[in-house]
Write a protein that binds this ligand. Sequence first.
Ligand SMILES: CC(=O)[C@@H](O)[C@H](O)COP(=O)(O)O
Ligand SMILES: NCC(=O)COP(=O)(O)O
Length: 252
Amino acid sequence: MIALSANLNKIALIRNAREGNFPDVITHGRVCLDAGAQGLTVHPRPDQRHIRPGDVRNLAALCRERQDTEFNVEGNPFAKPSGGYPGLMALVLETLPDQCTLVPDSSDQLTSDHGFNLKLDSARLLPLIAELKSAGIRVSLFMDPDLEQISLARDVGADRIELYTGPYAQAASGQHRALNDIFAAHCAAAEHALQLGLGVNAGHDLNLVNLPRYRTLPGLQEVSIGHALVVDAIGMGLENAVKAYLDCLAGN
Ligand SMILES: CC(=O)[C@@H](O)[C@H](O)COP(=O)(O)O
Ligand SMILES: NCC(=O)COP(=O)(O)O
């Protein structure tokens, strides 16, 4: 069974558009879990454009009180603390999520748009990954489907990789020839990761149109989906949107 981890970034983005706490991120996280999502994902960024440190703390408590629910916190471990943002490592070691997905985003990026270059970052990542794992946190690295880089992910001690599916999603909305090539590259990357003993997650711009094919990726364990999930929820409601993604992942 492929786990659905609902990303709540965009709920927080709407909340931050006004003073106050409406919509309440925790309430909508609970709706996702009650609808059957196996976990929640957030990506607290230094500029706190959406998820804030308090959201991470509150969602960690929500997920802890529920059986078989995973909390996944994403972010760049090298981003400097600023304002009320304590830094990813401090926030994750304080809240102890089930999984931490390290992402090489710079602070000024609109969104995540590439995986790690471990030829450059391995030395800096090694001690951080060791520290997270010693705290009992599963570590996933946000990666492009590059076999050499995925081998380095194993070498630096990652438990899983998260395949960046942005280019796949772009191809799925355009010319199909590129889509076949890109999906084949993702399948080869997943097979390579599995042979190395790495788990395989995936995410970014997955939606109800491109997920039916992507769910056939060899050994896929978890997808984290937020942007399209929240857009779909505008039309069908959040509970129904979560159930639609779960049905899609189940092959219905
Ligand atoms: C790493 C990734 O692809 C997403 O998890 C990320 O959370 C997207 O961030 P925004 O929601 O800020 O675009
Ligand atoms: N890691 C991907 C994620 O959490 C959500 O990405 P998106 O669905 O908001 O593009």
